[in-house]
Design a protein around this ligand. Structure first.
Ligand SMILES: [Zn+2]
Length: 212
C-alpha cells in the first residue's frame, strides 16, 4: 500500500498544529512534530535513542541530518500514514529528506499554510497550550471551559506569549522557512497545495477533503 505523508509548512501561528490535529483525527494519521520526536527517541534504549539522549543531556541541538533520520525511522516503524508538523523547516532539512526518501514509495503531499503575519502574531499571543495532551486553546476564539484549565485532563494551561521567543521564532521563519516555501512552490515535480489560513477553518476543511 502506498504510504501517505502530509507535510504542513507555515509561519508560527499559521495553524499547523490546529490543522495537524484535524487531519490526524479525520484520517487516523500518525502525528510527528520535530519537538516531540526528540523526546520520543531520547527515552528509547536503542543506539539511536542513546545518541539523542546524550545530545539532549549536553544541552546541544539535534542537527538537521539527525532530525531527518529520526523522522524517517519513525515513519518506517508502522504501516500508518503520517502528518508532519514543522518539518522540514529549512532547505537543509528538505535536501536531506529528499535524498533519504528516494527509495521509499511514499506519496508526499506538501501543504503550505499561508497567513497574514500580523494575524499569526496575534494568534500566538492569545494561545494557551496543555502540556499534557498538547491541545491548543485560544483565549478569544476557543477558550477552555474553565479558565486556564484543560477541558480533557484538567492540566493548568501554559501561555507561550514570551515576546523575545516569539520574535526569535518569526526571524527563524523569515530566514529559514521562507526560502524553503519558495523552493517548494517552484518545484513542479512535487504535490503541493497552498491553504489560506486567514480564511475560516470550515472553508479549509472542505478544501482539504478534496485534496487528501
Ligand atoms: Zn490537556
Amino acid at each position: 500500500m502506498l504510504k501517505k505523508i502530509i507535510v504542513l509548512i507555515g509561519a508560527p501561528g499559521s495553524g499547523k498544529g490546529y490543522y495537524a490535529q484535524w487531519l490526524q483525527k479525520e484520517y487516523h494519521l500518525g502525528y510527528i512534530s520535530s519537538g516531540d520526536i526528540c523526546r520520543d527517541f531520547a527515552s528509547r534504549s536503542s543506539d539511536l535513542g542513546k545518541k539523542i539522549a546524550q545530545i539532549v543531556k549536553r544541552g546541544d541541538l539535534i542537527n538537521d541530518d539527525l532530525i531527518t533520520q529520526l523522522i524517517i525511522t519513525k515513519i518506517n516503524e508502522t504501516n500508518q500514514n503520517f502528518v508532519l508538523d514543522g518539518f522540514p523547516r529549512n532547505l537543509q532539512q528538505l535536501n536531506n529528506w529528499n535524498k533519504l526518501i528516494q527509495d521509499h514509495n511514499w506519496k508526499i503531499i506538501y501543504l503550505v499554510l499561508s497567513c497574514d503575519l500580523q494575524i499569526c502574531k496575534n494568534r500566538i499571543e492569545t494561545r494557551l497550550i496543555c502540556s499534557q495532551c498538547n491541545f491548543v486553546y485560544n483565549t478569544r476564539l476557543q477558550p477552555p471551559l474553565n479558565k486556564n484549565i484543560c477541558n480533557f485532563d484538567q492540566t493548568p494551561l501554559m501561555s507561550r506569549a514570551d515576546n523575545e521567543k516569539i520574535k526569535h521564532r518569526f526571524s527563524v521563519f523569515e530566514k529559514e522557512t521562507k526560502p524553503l516555501i519558495t523552493n517548494l512552490m517552484q518545484n513542479a515535480k512535487i504535490i503541493k497545495y497552498e491553504l489560506n489560513t486567514n480564511l475560516s477553518a470550515k472553508i479549509n476543511f472542505v478544501k482539504l477533503k478534496k485534496i487528501i
